[in-house]
Write a protein that binds this ligand. Structure first.
Ligand code: SF4
Length: 429
């Protein structure tokens, strides 16, 4: 069992609660020029479609600040303005209706300017995220540096403590202005450093924590780094909202964020797919099948579980445990629904059958057409002519089957795929 979640004070960004017992929210940041309202709103729509809770937009100049009112008017989710150094941009974003700010008060030239921003943020009930990254640790005095050095065991702890102290300095500025509508992030590329920093600050303040591994890299490497850092902290009860920062399409950040939360049973959103890694026993074109099912599940909002398994070793168990599953056999698949065998169908029919059943579970009324199958990558293993090709080793011989997808019963109107024996719809070459 995971440790209890750290108790944090609750704040609100638009209609999204953060901290306390609120669900852990998933954030992302647009990559468009904020001044380009159309492009920014299009990207926001894609992120919303993927399930984002909160979106940050960069406000680096007057043109971006001028676009804020139009973007705020049309966004379906709350927005955070990312502001550095220029308090006038913060004031303009608040005037423009922004739902929160990311701003470090210590980076603003004069205390008077910070007071103006805080007064306006209070008036509009807008939270401020203080974000200290490894690359932007505030300068500290020699005495403080010596004091920290004397208490830490290694460089990781040293940097983490410097980040924490930097954040505490920014926090004090706001607290001295009687402002506590705050959340905090302490991001670093180095996973042990960010873990250490968040763990240290978790004990010293009760503000909600926004988790992230910064500059974590491309979707492949970055997802793994983020999963390690965010996963460790979340598994230890630390974290109230998160962003997976990836060098790529920000929509990927949302999928990864939810997969981390789903993996720890902290939040369920959308479908979960169980797929076996395949091995020498696999008897269907499983990887292609799993890729298509996963692609289709992106449009499912209900928390259903689908198992795509290669053979009878683990297939029946995982499939019974899921809402819907398939266990592959030679040229066929046994489909399970709600723990029971529902149908045995030829391999060619597995994907359309799974999609039909997913639609029923998720209340989707899109018909399963060749076009729909094509939109998720086509029937598994088809060659460029539209024929499906399966190669498998049977008793030392290579068997090769080619089946045109038009032979599918559901595409031709011929009876359904129930109880088709293995390979029946395959034409042997
Ligand atoms: Fe191999 Fe079967 Fe396990 Fe998949 S389910 S990994 S094919 S033994």
């Amino acid at each position: 069992m995971l440790p209890k979640r750290r108790k944090s004070r609750q704040i609100r960004i638009g209609d999204v609660l953060i901290g306390g017992n609120a669900p852990i929210s998933v954030q992302s940041m647009t990559t468009t020029d904020t001044a380009d309202v159309k492009a920014t709103l299009e990207q926001i729509a894609r992120l919303v479609d993927a399930g984002v809770d909160i979106i940050r937009i960069a406000v680096p100049d007057k043109q971006a600040a001028a676009a804020v009112p139009d973007i705020v008017k049309a966004t379906p989710v709350p927005l955070v303005a990312d502001i550095h150094f220029d308090y006038r941009l913060a004031l303009a974003a608040i005037e423009g209706g922004i739902h929160a700010l990311r701003l470090n008060p210590g980076n603003i030239e004069k205390e008077e300017y910070v007071r103006q921003v805080v007064a306006k943020a209070k008036e509009r009930d807008i939270p401020i995220r203080i974000g200290v990254n490894f690359g932007s640790i505030p300068k500290i005095s020699k005495e403080e540096s010596d004091e920290i050095t004397a208490t830490v065991a290694n460089t990781t702890e040293l940097i983490a403590e410097q980040m924490v102290r930097g954040a505490l300095k920014h926090i004090r500025i706001l607290e001295d202005m009687d402002y506590r509508n705050i959340k905090i992030s302490l991001k670093a590329f180095d996973v042990p450093t960010m873990i250490e920093a968040y763990t240290r600050i978790a004990d010293r303040v009760d503000y909600p924590l926004h988790l992230g591994v910064t500059e974590s890299g491309t979707p492949k490497a970055g997802s793994i780094r983020s999963t390690l850092g965010l996963g460790y902290l979340l598994a230890n009860g630390i974290g109230d909202t998160l962003r997976v920062s990836l060098a790529g399409d920000p929509v990927e950040e949302i999928y990864t964020g939810f997969e981390i939360l789903k993996g720890l049973n902290l939040r369920q959103r959308g479908a979960t797919m169980v797929a076996c890694p395949t091995c020498g026993r696999v008897e269907i074109d499983l990887i292609a099948l799993a890729e298509r099912v996963e692609k289709y599940l992106e449009r499912v909002r209900q928390p259903i579980k689908v198992a795509v398994m290669g053979c009878v070793v683990n297939g029946p168990g995982e499939s019974r445990d899921a809402d819907l599953g398939v266990a592959g056999g030679r040229g066929k698949g046994v489909i399970y629904a709600k723990g029971e065998v529902f149908r045995t169908c030829a391999e060619i029919d597995i994907l359309p059958t799974l999609i039909e059943e997913i639609n029923k579970l998720a209340g989707i009324d899109t018909p399963v057409t060749p076009e729909l199958i094509e939109s998720i990558g086509g029937l598994p293993g088809r060659n460029p002519n539209g024929d499906r090709v399966i190669e498998g080793d049977t008793e030392g011989d290579t068997e090769r089957f080619i089946v045109g997808h038009q032979s599918l019963p559901m595409f031709t109107g011929v009876s359904n795929a129930a109880n088709v024996p293995a390979g029946r719809s395959h034409r042997r070459e």
